[in-house]
Write a protein that binds this ligand. Structure first.
Ligand SMILES: *Cc1c(COP(=O)(O)O)cnc(C)c1O
Ligand SMILES: [Zn+2]
Length: 419
């Protein structure tokens, strides 16, 4: 019902459960689901019953859809109740972008505060079932923290290859807390990922998003979004793109939900990159192959110049009738502050979604009456230094600390202006 295949379309079924790429053409592997083997009503009914259960794997937003995932033995399932995240109404974000209907799917509300947990729970559970003892990833932050937490739960040794150029202090601190070995190496994220992909997946579990089990876990974010809308798809889903595993995963999730009959349509996908790390946006505009760049942006989670999953992501964006664009760091900063005014905190990379939506409405690609969901990928507490810098600046939505006033006068003034 679900089988591993070459994502490039080669006709040979890969025999090795832990291979990451096709032996014939080198493209990434991907699971393929036979939609006609599933009944929409049964999937929905299972999910509904499991949401009311007290079993942690039932409450997980990932494992409550376990029939749609590659099979993992129940006793290997390693869960922290990930994936069960809210879809939050976003009136201020909607006004800012110029659309009638907007909600945030907040994947930062996960156990380690980023969407990486939804994929990691599947990758680590599979590694545990296969008897792996060491899990490895290249990461500047969120993948590392997530792998470290799940490896700790599963009793695996976690090794993070961290590029010296891009280490985020808060995320490394979190990773060290979970007991991972953090090894700093020369170069940037792309160099670190190359080193990890050269390792033998038979000896260590490589859990970057080139691992197809990660993608399967992450696709459930599409199901969690849709179930909160009674399986009515929005017109557009907008999300940031770095290595492009998540765009691939969400596209796959919506496509499968539609094929199974859970929804009557699939949303269009808009993938938003930061202008200093936008090789996918350029390839989309040019219609050619991806040309890697040296990536530079303050949105560290999407500071990636050679995205590994660009072909998968392009296929999903095309199939959805969507688009790819890039936005400047300043637009990301402003959009992030606006999201905050909805009472929702996200890290910079996440806000590329709202910044991208604003652009797409301005240029007419998305109509003002569209029903849109922006995916927030990480939590505001992942990068408080960025938020503090923003609010100390003279940016449009900066909210500086008030100093040197008389408190009574100040409160009186507030009461007058907010009457
Ligand atoms: C990993 C990450 C991204 C990028 O996701 P990709 O799958 O690499 O495209 C975006 N935002 C946050 C917060 C992340 O942790
Ligand atoms: Zn192939």
């Amino acid at each position: 019902m679900i089988a591993l295949r070459c994502s490039g379309g080669c006709d040979v079924a890969p025999s090795d459960h832990d291979a990451l790429s096709c032996a014939q053409c080198g493209d990434l592997l991907a699971f393929e689901l036979r939609a006609d083997a599933f009944g929409a009503q049964a999937v929905d009914e299972n999910a509904r019953l499991r949401r009311a259960s007290l079993d942690p794997k039932d409450r997980s937003g990932v494992w409550r859809f376990r029939e749609l995932l590659p099979p993992v033995a129940e006793d290997a399932i390693t869960t922290l109740r990930e994936g069960d995240v809210p879809l939050i109404d976003a009136p201020r974000g909607a006004a800012y972008a110029g659309v009638a209907q907007l909600a945030y799917l907040h994947l930062g509300v996960n156990p380690t505060a980023s969407f990486k947990d939804a994929g990691m729970t599947v990758a680590i559970s599979h590694a545990r079932e296969r008897g792996a003892r060491v899990a490895v990833c290249a990461s500047t932050g969120n993948t590392a923290a997530s792998m470290a937490a799940y490896a700790a739960r599963a009793g695996l040794t976690a090794v993070v290859i961290a590029p010296v150029d891009g280490i985020s202090a808060a995320k490394v601190a979190q990773t060290l807390d979970y007991g991972a070995h953090v090894v700093a190496v020369e170069g940037d994220f792309d160099d670190a990922l190359r080193a990890v992909r050269a390792l033998d997946p038979a000896t260590v579990a490589v859990v970057n998003s080139v691992n197809p089990y990660r993608i399967e876990g992450q696709k459930t974010a599409a199901f969690v979004l849709l179930e909160q809308r009674r399986w009515a798809a929005p017109d557009w889903v907008v999300l940031p793109g770095g290595n492009l595993g998540n765009a691939s995963a969400l596209g796959k999730g919506f496509r499968e939900a539609h094929a199974i009959g859970l929804t009557t349509s699939a949303p269009r996908l808009a993938v938003v990159q930061a202008s200093g790390a936008a090789p996918f946006a350029r390839a989309w505009r040019d219609g050619g192959d991806l040309v890697p760049v040296r990536a530079e942006t303050d949105a560290t989670a999407i500071r990636i110049g050679a995205p590994a999953s660009w072909k998968k992501a392009r296929a999903e964006v095309r199939a959805s009738g969507g688009t790819v664009l890039d936005v400047a760091d300043g637009e990301i900063a402003e959009a992030r502050a606006v999201i905050g005014r909805d009472g929702v905190g996200c890290e910079p990379a996440s806000a590329a979604s709202l910044a991208g939506l604003r652009r797409l409405v301005a240029d007419g690609s998305i109509k003002p009456d569209a029903d849109v969901v922006c995916v927030l990928t990480g939590h505001v507490l992942k990068d408080t230094a960025y938020a503090a810098r923003y609010h100390a600046s003279d940016a449009a939505h900066a909210n500086a600390i008030v100093r040197g006033v008389d408190l009574a006068d100040y409160l009186n003034l507030l009461l007058l202006t907010h009457a």
